[in-house]
Design a protein around this ligand. Structure first.
Ligand code: NAD
Length: 239
C-alpha cells in the first residue's frame, strides 16, 4: 500500500464487479484507505472481500436491480465500474454478443447515469475498466472487444459531459491479470508463455496492481486528470 492511511476517510465508494478478482482488490484497497465501501456482484464470488466491505447482489444489466441499489444510497464520492464478463469462443452468436455488451458497456453506462446526481453533489470520481482489447481486436471475443472499445470511448465522452459537475471520469486498462476470469489462460502453458514473453515486466499482473492505479485515479493526486485510459499492463501494449 503506497498511499497515506485515511486518504479516503469519510468517502463513500461503490465498486461493481467486486465480489472477486480485480473489483474485490479495489474494494479492499479503498476500504483499507478509510472509505466506506459497497461492493456489487452477481453472486458472492470467491469471498476474498475484507469484512469491512458491504456486499450487495445486483446485476448491472438490470434496470430494476440498479434502481434498487441506488434507492439505498444517499451519498457517493467514488464509483468504480469493474463488472465484466467474457464468453471466449461463443461471442459470434449474436445473443451472446448482446449479453456481453449489455453487462460490460451498457451496464457501465447505466451505473454512471444512476450515480451522476450523487457524484455531482460531492464532486466525485468515476473509474471505469477498459482492457487491452480496448486497443486490439479479439478473433474469439468480438463482443468483449467491442464492449471494451466502447468503454474507452464512453469514458472520454462522460469525462466531457460530467466535467461541468466537477466529476472526473477515467479508466484503467488492465493487461493480463491473474483472476478467476483468466484462470483457463493461466493454466494453458502455451498461451500463458506467450503472454509472459510479450510482457516486458515479465509476470502476470495481480489484482492489487490495478487497485493501486484505481486508488491514484480516485485520489486528489489526480485532480487534473480526466478522460484518460491508463494501461496497467507491465508494458504489454508498447511491446
Ligand atoms: P472476475 O470474473 O474475476 O470477476 C468479475 C466480477 O464481476 C464478479 O464479482 C462478478 O460477480 C461480477 N459480475 C459479473 N457480471 C455481473 C453483472 N451482470 N452485474 C454485476 N456484477 C457482475 O473478473 P476480473 O478478472 O476481476 O475482471 C474485472 C474487470 O476487469 C472486468 O471488467 C474485466 O473485463 C476487466 N479486465 C480483466 C482483465 C484480466 O486479465 N483479468 C484484463 C482486462 C480487463
Amino acid at each position: 500500500m503506497t498511499f497515506q492511511p485515511g486518504l479516503f476517510k469519510g468517502k463513500h465508494a461503490l465498486v461493481t464487479g467486486a465480489t472477486q478478482g480485480i473489483g474485490a482488490a479495489v474494494a479492499n484497497a479503498l476500504a483499507a484507505l478509510g472509505a466506506n465501501v459497497t461492493a456489487v456482484g452477481i453472486d458472492r464470488g470467491d469471498r476474498s472481500l475484507d469484512a469491512r466491505v458491504d456486499v450487495r447482489l445486483a446485476d448491472v444489466s438490470s434496470e430494476a436491480d440498479v434502481a434498487a441499489l441506488f434507492g439505498k444510497l444517499s451519498t457517493l464520492d467514488i464509483l468504480v465500474n469493474c463488472a465484466g464478463i467474457i464468453r471466449r469462443g461463443w461471442e459470434h452468436d449474436v445473443a451472446v454478443f448482446e449479453q456481453v455488451v449489455a453487462v460490460n458497456l451498457t451496464g457501465t453506462m447505466r451505473i454512471c447515469v444512476a450515480a451522476r446526481p450523487l457524484l455531482a453533489a460531492r464532486r466525485g470520481v468515476i473509474v471505469n475498466t477498459a482492457s487491452m482489447l480496448s486497443f486490439f481486436g479479439g478473433a474469439q471475443v468480438p463482443g468483449y472487444a467491442a464492449s471494451k472499445g466502447g468503454v474507452a470511448q464512453l469514458t472520454k465522452s462522460l469525462a466531457l459531459a460530467y466535467a461541468a459537475d466537477g466529476i472526473r471520469v477515467n479508466a484503467v486498462a488492465p493487461g493480463w491479470i491473474a483472476t478467476p476470469l483468466t484462470q483457463a489462460l493461466q493454466q494453458d502453458q502455451g498461451r500463458s508463455g506467450a503472454i509472459l514473453q510479450r510482457t516486458p515486466l515479465g509476470r502476470w499482473g495481480q489484482p492489487e496492481d490495478i487497485a493501486d492505479a484505481v486508488a491514484f485515479l480516485c485520489a486528489p493526486a489526480s485532480a487534473f486528470i480526466t478522460g484518460v485510459i491508463l494501461p496497467v499492463d507491465g508494458g504489454y501494449l508498447v511491446a
